[in-house]
Design a protein around this ligand. Structure first.
Ligand code: GDP
Ligand code: MG
Length: 707
């Protein structure tokens, strides 16, 4: 058996589908369509099949009509030639020359299928294949040529009628739900010419209707007409060997009709499978037929769409990855607007690529697969987008810190809170403007998509707020330290000045100076009575807390200063100095000259008693009104190390004669400077010292008297 040169076996004698069909179709389609399979959406083609008994000249007809080279039976051997189903591209369509072929080309590529015929014997194997190939042809073809001898017309029991019954039955099961029409073109062979075609057509029509009426129909199709499913046309050809010229002329006239748009090929016959998906479709159809499954063609179309859209998507994604890697393989530092352009272009180009090939398939499938593809692409692009946003966030934080330094120096910005707010806004603006440069907006993307920067923006806001808080704490610390330092150095001087020369109202002076100093240091922040604003954007409560904290620090310093200063040594020294002054100098500060020892004695007693009056002043911070000074703010927790022994000891010495404005023990340490024991030891040392002074004085007067 010969194989035709330029045809391809779709299904072989073992009923196996040929995997090479796809490239064959693409090649010939492209040949007719300017080199591309996607031209005219890949739908500019037709499928024609031929049916009929064996050796009725089917292959001969196709070869003459469509310029194909299907095998034709050799007269000498007379055996079946066509096995399975063959397909060939119609290279040259026969013509009488009357048809304008430029127009004729509009019919697009014609692919012709030559289907193995039966020899009319009732062989089980043959019947099976006949039924299957009928199903296959009906599911795929727009036009079915049915080859029949003239002398068989009207022979209702003839072999062809069995075939037609099969075709009709199969058709009903296939297209009951969706009435996919096709054209049955009867070609009456060896037409002698005595009976006109019209009459033959009518006879055939009657037979066909009879067959149709006798079919077992389902309830669904009960009332359906033959013409609901088929358009019927008839053509007659003279005997090829006996009337060769007339035969060729008939073929050419038929060729004219195939070349004429909207004559034999009506668009309603077309299955709308783009050519690049046709072999997948055909194979699936064949698979279903082979498995004896119901052929649900819309489902098949969707399957084809899925298969092809997946293929197209995979292909597009590959192209995308190649381009993506080429751009981002090197860690090149792209400007943001340049990067934005690249991201947007990569995305839109790849979707265009997909669309141009896939949009021809079932819309829902095409869109579904497009979403999957765009998600994959977005995942990849999002890596770049998101790392750029991370970088941008870092830059925004740097910007924030820089702006603080800058704005602090600016004369237009009043306080630190404004400095922070301005810097915060500038940093956010920086992020927003720059992230816009790389944002990707496309009609298929909703607002909260892969390319939303909301997450990063919120994170940035959070980070900046945290930084603002830290900045405020730092600023507050600096401010507090400065004020407390100023207070400390000023107040120390005051305390030393007053206490080195103690009087009954020393503590009144000290307390009043403390209050003056505190309020003058905080006056800058005072808004109204008891209301302060430290200009850090604090709430009223926060300002109050800050105020209390500073005041507490003042009190602690107060406490520290008096306790540090009034040590046993210092107090002893103050007493000694005071005694010296009282004893040796008169009211005018002039040294006394003693004439008698009794003068010395009385002076000594007076000076000692005056000096000893000072000790309580230096031992306890008490106002002239006999009220102990108490911090008007709780500073207790900083004095937990103060032992209660010392306190009891103090109680013993200072007893009940002091009033206290608060019964709590917490503040005792503040006013209680020297304990009873400390006072005793000072007194002891003091007495020793003044006794020596007394003796010295006596000795000097005795010397002057005796000398
Ligand atoms: P197929 O089996 O239907 O494809 O038939 P073929 O095309 O192989 O032809 C079968 C035989 O019929 C060949 O020997 C042809 O020469 C012969 N033949 C072809 N066309 C005609 C025709 O129009 N009339 C007659 N009587 N024989 C033909
Ligand atoms: Mg043949």
């Amino acid at each position: 058996m010969n194989t035709a040169n330029d045809s391809i076996q779709v299904i072989d004698e073992d009923k196996v589908f040929n995997k090479k069909l796809s490239s064959y179709l693409s090649q010939y389609y492209a040949k007719n369509n300017g080199g591309v399979t996607s031209s005219e959406d890949g739908l500019n083609y037709h499928i024609v099949s031929v049916f009929g008994s064996q050796s009725t000249g089917k292959s001969t007809l196709l070869n003459h009509l469509f310029g194909t080279e299907f095998d034709v039976m050799n007269e000498a051997q007379r055996q079946q030639t066509t096995k399975g189903i063959w397909l060939a591209h119609a290279d040259t369509i026969a013509t009488t020359g009357n048809v304008n072929h430029a127009e004729g080309n509009n019919t697009g590529s014609i692919f012709v299928m030559d289907v193995e015929g039966t020899d009319g014997r009732e062989r089980g194997e043959d019947q099976d294949f006949e039924r299957k190939s009928a199903l296959f042809a009906l599911a795929t073809s727009e036009v079915l040529l049915i080859n029949i001898w003239e002398h068989q017309v009207g022979l209702y029991q003839g072999a062809n009628m069995g075939l037609l019954k099969t075709v009709f039955e199969v058709n009903l099961s296939l297209f009951a739900k969706n009435k996919q029409k096709c054209l049955l073109l009867f070609v009456i062979r060896d037409h002698i010419g005595i009976t006109p075609l019209e009459n033959l057509s009518k006879t055939l029509m009657d037979d066909l209707k009879k067959i149709w009426s006798q079919l077992n129909k389902s309830r669904e199709t009960e009332n359906s007409e033959l013409t609901d499913y088929f358009d019927l046309k008839f053509w007659a050809l003279p005997h090829k060997l006996l009337q060769q010229d007339n035969f060729l002329r008939g073929v050419a006239e038929l060729g004219d009709r195939f070349s004429t748009p909207q004559d034999l090929f009506l668009s309603e016959y077309h299955r709308h499978i783009p050519i690049d998906g046709w072999s997948v479709y055909a194979e699936q159809v064949w698979e279903q037929i082979e498995l004896n499954k119901d052929l649900d063609l819309p489902t098949q179309q969707i399957l084809v769409a899925r298969f092809r859209c997946d293929e197209i998507s995979a292909n597009s994604y590959e192209i995308f990855i190649e381009k993506f890697d080429a751009v981002f393989e090197k860690d090149n530092n792209l400007e943001l607007n340049e990067l934005g352009n690249i991201l947007r272009e990569l995305r839109s180009n790849i979707l265009k690529e997909y669309d141009s090939n896939a949009s021809r398939y079932t819309r829902s499938v095409y869109l579904e697969k497009r979403k999957i593809l765009s998600n994959k692409v977005d995942l990849k692009l999002r890596e770049v987008y998101s790392s750029s946003l991370t970088k941008l966030s870092k830059s925004a934080i740097e910007k924030f810190n820089e702006e603080i330094v800058k704005n602090k120096k600016s004369k237009n910005i009043g306080n630190f809170d404004e400095v922070l707010t301005t810097s915060y806004n500038e940093a956010l603006n920086f992020f927003l403007t720059n992230s816009k440069l790389i944002s990707i907006i496309d009609e298929d993307l909703d607002e909260e998509n892969f390319y939303s920067s909301t997450k990063e923006l919120n994170q940035l806001k959070e980070n900046l707020s945290e930084l603002m808080k830290q900045q405020k704490v730092k600023e507050l610390e600096n401010m507090t330290n400065k004020i407390v330092k100023k207070f400390s150095s000023n107040f120390k001087e005051t305390v030393v000045n007053i206490l080195s020369n103690p009087t009954n109202d020393s503590w009144d002076q000290i307390l009043s100076d403390f209050k003056k100093l505190s309020s003058s240091l905080l006056s800058k922040y005072k808004k109204e009575e008891d209301v302060y604003d430290f200009q850090l954007g604090f709430s009223a409560d926060e300002n109050k807390l800050t105020y209390d904290n500073i005041l507490k620090k003042f009190w602690l310093k107060f406490d520290e200063i008096i306790h540090d200063y009034l040590t046993e040594d210092t107090v002893l020294n103050i007493l000694k100095n005071k005694f010296e002054t009282y004893f040796k100098y008169d009211e005018n500060g002039l040294p006394k000259l003693w004439k008698t020892t009794s003068e010395i004695d009385s002076n000594f007693v007076e000076a000692r008693s005056k000096t000893l009056d000072i000790l309580p002043i230096l031992s306890i911070a008490k106002l002239s009104s006999n009220v102990e000074i108490l911090p008007d703010i709780d500073i207790a927790h900083d004095e937990e190390d103060f032992s209660s022994d010392e306190e009891e000891d103090f109680e013993a010495s200072n007893g009940n004669n002091t009033e206290r404005s608060s019964p709590t023990h917490k503040h005792h340490r503040f006013s209680h400077i020297l304990s009873f024991k400390q006072q005793q030891s000072i007194l002891q040392l003091f007495k020793k010292q003044i006794d020596l002074t007394y003796l010295d004085a006596k000795r000097s007067i005795i010397q002057s008297v005796t000398s």
